[in-house]
Write a protein that binds this ligand. Sequence first.
Ligand SMILES: [Zn+2]
Length: 169
Amino acid sequence: MDQGLITNPKDLERMQGELVSLQRRISSLEDDELEVMARLEDAQGDLDRFAAQVAEADERLTALGKSRDARTLEVEEELTRVAADRGPVAESVPEPLLALYERLRVSKGGVAVGALRARECGGCRLSLDPSELAQIRAAAPDEVLRHEECQRILVRTPESGISPALDKQ
Ligand SMILES: [Zn+2]
């Protein structure tokens, strides 16, 4: 026993006790480590799932953005076409009528004119009463008519329902 290490049996006992205690501590730390690793794995799984969801949402956002841009372009082209069509037409309309049209367009939610079909105003969808129909029947073809009820400009059509033949029906 002359190794210069432990000569006292009590020291040996104490050291063995410490060794057992250290081994217990190591084992407990290993358990903790396993638990932490398991939690880390779970968290990594969550992270992967969230990352996949974010990537998917990004893809959808990109696709929506593209379709919005395409739609915007279509609408802009349509507006340009409509504006180009409107120009010559608006120029041929007498100034007071155009002013009336613009005023009504603003106050009537964008619909200033109603086509008269089957005795119904296309602007407000209300039927015209017989006396109003009689006035329209008597009016000159180029007279600007207004629907009393909604005040919109009323445009006669072949299906207005004001011809005497239809009256008898
Ligand atoms: Zn009307």
